[in-house]
Design a protein around this ligand. Structure first.
Ligand SMILES: [Zn+2]
Ligand SMILES: [Zn+2]
Ligand SMILES: [Zn+2]
Length: 332
């Protein structure tokens, strides 16, 4: 028995050692030297990182027996995470999380890895758009049963803040000071430092527990609009969203559903999200440069934009738009 242990130890050591030496030899190749340098030294300014692209319920979705999910229960796709963006200010060594999703544990680790300088996964602030499960329930991981964090700044609109402060289990995060709520106001700029600010923009959506906002993010060189959930563009104003597109450099926009086929040919006008095929119409008058700013995001498990090289992905790109993918990085 003991000899077996020693033997397996020796084997493990050999394996570890051989893996290590392989890594060492590849590390001296020019390519990896360049990428190492750019990772640790050249990064500066503000970066936006896509941490997730899927609608609240994730993918696979609970109890889905359809083709979109069935294989994913046995073989999960690591890129299928609930919608979230990260901001890294390399100059100030700070990180901010937009949305606290059920996938937040992995997403905060991804954000920390992207920042390179941070010692812990805890971000310098969390911004919430609204009170639907995909957008705030990750806050639970800051609580007593998980990391028992100390006063993580959470930026929330007034109704959202009241909801968190008055309904359990969220109120416990507040009373135990795991989170510190910062009330934000629509159209009111939150200056995070001299080169990065965020402004909440009120949008129409199913507002049972909170109002719903999108965020306008301004970095030292570029700006972004993030609206993961919204009712039809016509309800907010097609002119309004087109004006926003002209104003920003990137726009991550609600694309929960692609077309009628996805919802068994029910009437898409009845479902309160802008279908991608409807967005094509809303944005058809925009110039080529403006269309290229749009990244569709917040995909329902049924949305073909989640499928690599699907007709939907090709249609979006051929019309001059883009779709968000986990891991994409943008310099702001
Ligand atoms: Zn959502
Ligand atoms: Zn499904
Ligand atoms: Zn929602």
């Amino acid at each position: 028995m003991k000899i077996n242990h020693i033997l397996s130890f020796a084997l493990l050591f050999t394996l570890l050692f051989s893996c290590q030496s392989e890594q060492d030899s590849s590390a001296i190749e020019a390519d990896s030297l360049v990428s190492n340098v750019s990772h640790t030294l050249v990064q500066n300014g503000v970066e936006l990182i896509v941490l997730g692209t899927v609608q609240d319920a994730g993918s696979p979705q609970i109890n889905c027996k359809k083709e979109c999910c069935i294989a994913l229960f046995d073989q999960p796709d690591e890129s299928r995470k609930v919608v979230s963006l990260g901001l890294v200010d390399h100059d100030h060594q700070t990180r901010y999380l937009l949305e606290a999703t059920p996938d937040m544990v992995q997403q905060l680790n991804d954000l920390q890895n992207a920042a390179a300088v941070a010692k812990s996964d805890v971000p310098d602030g969390v911004f919430l758009t609204h009170g639907h499960i995909g957008h705030y329930t990750g806050l639970m991981y800051f609580g007593k049963e998980a990391m028992n964090a100390e006063q993580v700044p959470v930026f929330a609109m007034p109704r959202m803040a009241d909801f968190l402060m008055t309904s359990g289990p969220w109120s416990q995060l507040v009373t135990r000071e795991n989170i510190a709520i910062n009330r934000i106001k629509q159209d009111s700029v939150i200056q995070l430092n001299q080169q990065l600010n965020i402004t909440p923009i009120l949008v129409p959506h199913r507002d049972e527990y909170s109002e719903t906002v999108g965020f306008y993010i301004v970095g030292p060189n570029k700006s972004t609009l993030f609206i993961p959930d919204i009712d039809k563009w016509t309800k907010w104003g097609e002119e309004k969203i087109c004006e926003w597109i002209k104003r920003v450099d990137y726009a991550f926009l609600d694309a929960t559903f692609y077309d009628a086929e996805e919802i068994n040919n029910r009437d898409i006008t009845e479902i309160p999200h802008p279908f991608v095929v409807e967005s094509f119409k809303t944005f058809e008058k925009l110039s080529k440069e403006e269309k290229a700013k749009i990244y569709f995001i917040h995909f329902n498990h049924t949305n073909p934009l989640l499928l690599k090289a699907s007709n939907a992905q090709m249609e979006v790109e051929s019309k001059g738009f883009h779709f968000a993918e986990k891991g994409q990085r943008f310099s702001l």
